[in-house]
Ligand binder design. Structure first.
Ligand SMILES: Cc1cc2nc3c(=O)[nH]c(=O)nc-3n(C[C@H](O)[C@H](O)[C@H](O)COP(=O)(O)OP(=O)(O)OC[C@H]3O[C@@H](n4cnc5c(N)ncnc54)[C@H](O)[C@@H]3O)c2cc1C
Length: 371
């Protein structure tokens, strides 16, 4: 079983790299709301972000299991892999569904760090979770597509050269299923947009050769990438969970109140022990999902459950760590409140806990679709 391996050949060098970016670095990034440019650059230079790119395109050709260990270790060391994790799974859409010409054109440059593909624009102000209701359209005209619409929440768009864009190519009234008629495009941001979290498209021209795969099949491509995304994010949550428990137990051993370490009180011990057990359980599901994924087996249920369990466990560990630190949990120099915010996000994005529960209820338990 993969979880019995410790992957020290990956963990040790990633930890060495992370040591160059200690707590003060992440604190400053958080305080000044910066992008961790130097850290992401170092990761790229070392080749870690190209883990999933096949060797023939200049990457290391590793599996999702190994990629997940890399991201886990970043969070385990106190960093935040969310700054760059999308490159790993966004690239997968090009790899799985792109033409050979697109792969040869983009993947080697992505692997070398010459091009950054870190953004995937799906969410819109009015569509939210209901992805098939997106209103951004791409209309075929000559040798290009003309894009109009608006996206929100496109992470890392200011730090990306390329972006995947999800748009409707056939109006919803003209398709038999609302999941049809959606397409994925590779947009070269260097020519296309300005900065900011909001993205407006006003007659943006995208060359037709930048469509990924077949027109109208975009929803399928989106779904295909989700299992890898779920597993990688589950691993980040595991890394967070272990970070919280390690920090909290260290503090609980040292902090003396009523003439004894607070960690001697069961009221402090039990929440940490409970969170630890849940982190380990979620970790098993993460390795199971990754093993299935890498073996080419269906893993939708396991990937979703791994994400659900890991996000819950890391949040539980975050809560226990905050409580253990008392008032100091809220002092930025202890890093607990920063990491608390970072891990809490995973209950909402990139997929909310509710939507995972709906998936399990409908697709695993066979209950009627609720929406
Ligand atoms: C930090 C951050 C980064 C993000 N990065 C990206 C990105 O890079 N690219 C991108 O495309 N998007 C991104 N998003 C958007 C994210 O994917 C969405 O926020 C998320 O999908 C939810 O959409 P919404 O915010 O519109 O919530 P809504 O769809 O309005 O939902 C609000 C709440 O209602 C719940 N809900 C809705 N419908 C149901 C239902 N049927 N049953 C039960 N509960 C329901 C949801 O689970 C959620 O908790 C990011 C968001 C954040 C916060």
């Amino acid at each position: 079983m993969t979880e019995s391996r410790d992957y020290s050949e990956l963990r040790d060098p990633v930890s060495d790299l992370c040591r160059r970016y200690p707590d003060e670095y992440w604190r400053r990034i958080d305080r000044e709301r910066l992008y961790p440019q130097e850290f992401v650059h170092a990761l790229t230079e070392a080749g870690w972000l190209a883990a999933l790119i096949p060797e023939q395109y200049g990457g290391s050709g590793l599996g999702v299991t190994e990629a997940s260990v890399i991201l886990e270790q970043i969070n385990r060391c106190g960093g935040n892999a969310a700054a760059c994790h999308a490159q790993m799974y966004t690239m997968g859409t090009v790899l799985r569904h792109g033409s050979e010409q697109q792969k040869q054109r983009y993947l080697p440059e992505i692997a070398s760090g010459g091009l950054r593909l870190q953004a995937f624009a799906v969410t819109e102000p009015s569509a939210g979770t209901d992805t098939t209701k997106i209103r951004t359209t791409a209309v075929h005209k000559g040798d290009r597509y003309i894009v109009n619409g608006q996206k929100v929440w496109t992470s890392r768009v200011q730090h990306s050269d390329l972006m995947l864009l999800f748009a409707r190519t056939t109006p919803v009234e003209q398709v038999s299923k609302k999941t049809e008629g959606l397409s994925v495009f590779l947009v070269d941001l260097r020519d296309a947009v300005g900065n900011g979290l909001k993205l407006y498209f006003d007659d943006l021209e995208v060359p037709e050769e930048n469509m990924i795969g077949k027109q109208g099949r975009g929803f399928r491509y989106l779904l295909d990438g989700l299992n890898a995304e779920r597993i990688l994010i589950a691993a980040e949550c595991i890394g967070d969970g272990d970070w919280f428990i390690e920090r909290a137990t260290a503090y609980a051993r040292e902090r003396v109140v009523f003439d004894r370490p607070i960690g001697q009180n069961q009221g402090i011990q039990f929440p940490l022990a409970h969170a630890y057990a849940n982190v380990r359980a979620a970790d098993l599901m993460r390795y199971r999902a990754a093993e299935l994924f890498d073996g080419g087996f269906p893993c939708g249920a396991e990937a979703n459950m791994a994400k659900l369990l890991a996000a819950d466990a890391s949040w539980e560990a975050a809560n226990a760590a905050l409580q253990t630190h008392g008032g100091y949990g809220f002092a930025s120099e202890y890093d607990v409140e920063r990491k608390f915010r970072e891990t809490r996000l995973f209950q909402v994005a990139p997929i909310s806990t509710n939507l995972i529960l709906s998936y399990i209820a409908e697709h695993v338990l066979g209950l009627p679709r609720s929406f």
